[in-house]
Design a protein around this ligand. Structure first.
Ligand code: FES
Length: 126
């Protein structure tokens, strides 16, 4: 018996909108509020909604280069998104399997992950 297929990809799109006077920038503002809906609509048009799962996410802590979207698997963080970039990401990454390298966050803003066990040891002073 075959189970319910898991998604091939998850797209975690930051959906945080802070007030304009807030000192920290946010990914969503008046000019791009429809980006998540646009993404879902494009995926429906391409017929991939059953295997690519868009997720409205909270702050992914890269607010200065928003709007951002993390694609899993692969840990690919896309930055400064707009509709044209979404189109290419769907076409080349979701359908083609090739991440769009030029839209991915620079290495200096996306260093190696800290292993949870190492973080716990640091907190414990070990
Ligand atoms: S508000 Fe989007 S990453 Fe922080």
């Amino acid at each position: 018996m075959q189970g319910i297929p898991q998604p091939a990809y998850y797209m975690f799109m930051c959906s945080v909108e802070r007030p304009p006077q807030f000192p920290k920038p946010s990914c969503v503002n008046e000019s791009n509020r429809d980006l998540h809906q646009y993404t879902a609509q494009k995926m429906m048009e391409k017929g991939i909604m059953q295997t690519v799962q868009p997720v409205q996410a909270g702050c992914l802590n890269r607010c200065n280069v928003g709007p951002v979207m993390l694609v899993e698997p692969g840990h690919h963080m896309y930055v400064q998104l707009d509709k044209a970039k979404i189109d290419r990401i769907i076409e080349e990454h979701m359908l083609g399997g090739n991440p769009v390298e030029e839209y991915i966050i620079p290495d200096m803003m996306w260093g190696e992950a800290i292993k949870p066990a190492d973080a716990a040891a640091m907190m414990a002073g070990r």
